[in-house]
Design a protein around this ligand. Structure first.
Ligand code: CMC
Length: 370
């Protein structure tokens, strides 16, 4: 039996949701290039596309938006829980537990996508509650008249965001919606394949996304830029980090061997937002890290990934670094649930093998003789 460490290059299902061309650095949702979707579409339309496989008509989109907006409120006891623990707890732990609590209220049966819509609509409300609690601020109720991205920022700041902020948030969410068989999506499928429920799958997804090799990399990348402090320190920092065996966070990918297209798009939003919000030097630092990182690692196919610039976008929009992975989760929940739905149409229990390398036939030694 062949051992495939990290399941590298192992396919576990067929999909018509997302295609990644890792050599050319291209990404397609349901056959549409993310460049087009980031330029012309929006989060709700892309979520509809991912879940239902086609772009909605105007009427379908209107109804879908309304449905999502109506689902934004979170039950009071979940908000109280978020208030109680968010000052000190890791935001991903709070989000994971809040989604788990949501599962207590919903029946096990029913349509996966209908449940997915509920979860996706509520996650930004929980994230905004986490962020505001960390700052000692009161909670802001969702506004059903605003788009998903605009409402997210409204609940964060308690005031209507600028159109640049809304666009940046919308594009960031759109770019995080799905990414084929990443670790968190796989975790969701492992749970779903046992015929567990969708809330349990999403909890598994959040748990896997939390790690710094996956969705936790966005906050780590931003913390790097803050630690560097000035563009003049970049070269020394990168060299010393790499020579001490540490990884450059926001660099490298299992599938992309060139620049991640999402990083290219987010770089432009990071640039615009940082200039507007007096964070120009932080953007300069990031750009310099990109340049030097590519010079050193590019020949091994290690380039900036989505997390490299997304952190800067989220920071400029007013989120704390530790909260960034919860924004990632709020978008990726669309892909998680779409893959679960697709997988369950032809379910097979996920149960791989391990190659045993231990001893056999050992004599049991009574405890007094050991
Ligand atoms: N900095 C320095 N070296 C790196 C990096 C990096 N960011 N990424 C990979 N390498 C090296 C690694 O040290 C190894 O070298 P060697 O062969 O000499 O031991 C080689 O490249 C292969 O690395 P690997 O970990 O075996 O490859 P992988 O496909 O399992 O890694 C990765 C993918 C994302 C875990 C890795 O690139 C990494 O740790 N990156 C930093 C964390 C990060 O930015 N994660 C976000 C991933 S993309 C979006 C997401 O999923 O959230």
């Amino acid at each position: 039996m062949e051992l495939k460490k990290g399941l590298e290059d192992v396919a576990i299902k067929e999909t018509s949701i997302t295609f990644i061309d890792g050599e050319l650095g291209r990404l397609y949702y349901r056959g549409y290039s993310v460049y087009d979707l980031a330029s012309f579409s929006n989060f709700e339309e892309v979520a509809y596309l991912i879940w239902y496989g086609k772009l909605p008509t105007r009427k379908e989109l209107e109804d879908f938006r309304k449905l999502m907006a109506e689902e934004r409120k979170v039950p009071d006891h979940i908000s109280s829980f978020v208030r109680q623990v968010s000052r000190n707890a890791n935001p991903m732990d709070v989000l994971r537990t809040a989604v788990s609590m949501m599962g207590l209220e919903d029946s096990r049966d029913g349509d996966t996508i209908q449940k997915a819509i509920k979860i996706t609509s509520k996650m930004p409300t929980i994230v905004a509650q986490i962020q505001r609690t960390r700052r000692g601020q009161d909670l802001v109720e969702p506004d059903p008249n605003l788009s998903h991205a605009e409402n997210f920022l409204f609940m964060l700041h308690g005031e209507k965001p600028s159109s640049t902020d809304v666009r940046s948030m919308d594009v960031s969410l759109t770019l995080h919606v799905d990414h084929e068989m990443n670790a968190s999506t796989f975790a969701c499928l492992v749970v779903a394949s046992t015929l567990s429920d969708i809330y349990s799958s999403v909890v598994a997804g959040i748990s896997a996304l939390k790690g710094p090799l996956h969705g936790g990399a966005n906050s780590e990348a931003l913390k790097q830029f803050l630690e560097i402090g000035s563009p003049d320190n970049v070269e020394k920092y990168v060299l010393s980090r790499l020579s001490s065996g540490q990884r450059l966070m926001g660099f490298g990918h299992r599938v992309y061997k060139t620049m991640d297209p999402r990083a290219k798009i987010l770089r432009e939003y990071a640039k615009q937002l940082s200039t507007e919000k007096g964070l120009g030097e932080l953007f300069e630092i990031a750009q310099r890290v990109e340049e030097i990182g590519i010079k050193i690692l590019g020949n091994r196919g290690i380039y900036p990934n989505v997390d490299f610039y997304s952190g800067l976008v989220f920071y400029a929009l007013g989120f704390d670094p530790d909260v960034f992975p919860t924004i990632f989760a709020s978008a990726r929940v669309v892909g998680w649930t779409a893959h679960v739905d697709e997988y369950l149409k032809d379910n097979k229990l996920i149960r791989p093998k391990a190659i045993y390398v231990g001893d056999l036939g050992r004599r049991y030694v009574p405890i007094d003789e050991r």
